[in-house]
Design a protein around this ligand. Structure first.
Ligand code: UT7
Length: 329
């Protein structure tokens, strides 16, 4: 019997229509288009005024199922990478299945911050590789504007809202997920954290007054870890799979900072034409960045392309995934 691998056979995304430009932000906090653009590469981001993470995910999922002509009842498992679930419980995956009519699917949320999509993709693939399931959806979605402090110029300029989804199906031609390296190190948790709202610091008047339900980031510290670890793990997965820079068709990097993306591409020896970038228009959508990149670049991808996805995020969490693209658009 041929080995079964988990291939991405479709991708779609959703971003809200409302745009928040650097210019707009400079009217809210003490910042400028020049500072944001030169430090991060971001020009604007999308913000969701009404609705929850599941609503963005629903738009992406509905569009993907329509595009692939798949009945929602065929989906067996849904994994949602997110740090902005609709509720602490029930899971966003549960809500999403209800809103989209995926009544035969079970699902769960996976919290690995900006590495959420990579962790979810690797997890979902296992259910395909064992032969257990034929159709698994992996979603990356975050409504970062629901946890960003618009009085904190060091974080509010970075983040945006968005969702992406991929369909995983079995492949017997050796395409799809080839390898993954995933890491986490909880000793870095204080550098990027939403301190209140969980069991460590339950909600109270004080936590609200102290603005503890918002994202807190020590940017410099996170930058230092991100720039080293994202580059290293991306190079490591190439070496482990004996890939040269010529063999790699695309790098799909987490979109947190253009300087981190450049450092990763340099470490891998990749020219900028092989690097997916959409940070300028969406900012950092946390778990949404990687599937949104795949969606934006889908038309340029060819069957057999070697693609490395890599990310770094709160936790700390980080990793790289090596896939062989499975279809021509
Ligand atoms: O996605 C999850 C992982 N997250 C990341 O990968 C983010 C990693 N970190 C970063 O990308 C960068 O650290 C930031 C973009 C967040 C910040 O850039 P930086 O070059 O590290 O700036 P900084 O925090 O060292 O701040 C430099 C200066 C400071 O002023 P002083 O102390 O030099 O007078 C800040 O107060 O820039 C100031 N500053 C700003 N000025 C204008 C900080 N934020 C702003 C702002 N506008 N929005």
């Amino acid at each position: 019997m041929k080995k079964i691998s988990a291939a991405i056979t479709g991708v779609h995304g959703f971003v809200p229509k409302d745009v928040l430009t650097n210019e707009d932000l400079s009217k809210i906090v003490d910042t400028s288009d020049d500072w944001i653009l030169s430090r991060t590469g971001i020009k604007e981001r999308r913000i969701m005024k009404d609705g929850a993470s599941s609503d963005m995910a629903m738009e992406a999922v509905n569009a993907l199922l329509r595009k692939k002509n798949i009945d929602p009842l065929e989906i067996e498992l849904v994994i949602v990478g997110t740090v902005t679930p609709d509720y602490p419980f029930p899971s966003t995956a549960n809500v999403l299945c209800d809103k989209t009519g995926m009544k035969n699917a079970w699902g769960f949320d996976l919290n690995a911050a900006c590495s959420g999509f990579l962790f979810a993709l690797s997890t979902g693939s296992q259910f395909i590789e064992t032969g257990k399931y034929k159709k698994v959806l992996v979603v990356g979605v975050d409504k970062m504007t629901s946890i960003v402090d618009y009085q904190d110029r060091t974080t509010c300029v970075i983040f945006g809202d968005g969702a992406g989804v991929v369909l995983l199906e079995p492949n017997e031609e050796g395409l799809g997920l080839q390898d993954f390296i995933l890491r986490s190190d909880g000793s870095g948790r204080q550098f990027l954290i939403q301190p209140a709202g969980g069991s460590a610091m339950p909600p109270s008047h004080e936590t609200v007054d102290d603005r503890m339900h918002y994202v807190k980031q020590e940017g410099k510290q996170v930058y230092k870890f991100a720039v080293t670890n994202m580059a290293e793990v991306s190079a490591e997965i190439m070496e482990k799979n004996k890939l040269t820079s010529d063999d790699v068709a695309w790098l799909v990097p987490h979109q947190a900072n253009l300087r981190i993306i450049d450092a990763t591409a340099n470490r891998m020896g990749l020219p900028s034409e092989k690097v997916m970038i959409n940070i300028q228009k969406y900012g950092n959508t946390t778990a949404g960045t990687l599937p949104l990149c795949l969606w934006d670049y889908e038309n340029q991808l060819k069957k057999g392309d070697n693609i490395i996805l890599s990310a770094f995020g709160g936790g700390f969490t980080w990793g790289a995934v090596y896939i062989k693209w499975a279809y021509n658009s």
